[in-house]
Design a binder for this molecule. Structure first.
Ligand code: SF4
Ligand code: SF4
Length: 141
């Protein structure tokens, strides 16, 4: 009786495998093949320094304390601008609040999700990296 149960399970298992031979695979051979991402995908950030007024809204709406750092300064016309700006991806939860609430559309999120690195320090995106991301991923598209 026990052996019969094993035999039935074995047959069911084989039938399941056989059924899937003719189906399209649900996985991809990453990294050779990559999925097409949704337009709203939230990946690495990009920053348009020209639009930023260093108002600090992004910092205030960020739920992960200490992720965004802004050093502001006044220009010759008395207007604030970000002398330094960084986003620490070690702390970021990719919620998109900074993008959504920036009153000037200065922050965007790119489709770059391949962010793994050996050093934690590389994951802190400094102003120049963020600016480059903007030119490479937002303006060029
Ligand atoms: S990125 Fe936007 S919300 Fe953040 S400081 Fe600059 S203007 Fe303000
Ligand atoms: S995506 Fe969310 S967690 Fe990351 S920096 Fe923006 S507001 Fe903060």
């Amino acid at each position: 009786m026990k052996n019969l149960k094993y035999l039935i399970s074995l047959i069911i298992g084989h039938l399941t495998v056989f059924k899937h031979i003719f189906k399209k695979p649900v996985t991809l051979e990453y990294p050779e093949k990559k999925i097409e991402l949704n337009d709203k995908f939230r990946g690495e950030h990009a920053f348009d320094v020209e639009k930023c007024t260093a108002c600090g809204t992004c910092q205030r709406v960020c739920p992960s304390f200490g992720t965004i750092e802004i050093e502001k300064e006044k220009d010759e016309n008395g207007k604030f601008y970000p002398k330094n700006y960084s986003i620490d991806l070690n702390k970021c939860i990719f919620c998109g609040n900074c993008v959504q609430y920036c009153p000037f559309g200065a922050i965007k999120m790119t489709q770059n999700y391949e962010l793994a690195d050996e050093k934690k320090s590389t994951l802190k995106l400094e102003i120049n990296t963020l600016k480059r991301n903007y030119f490479d991923n937002i303006i060029d598209k």
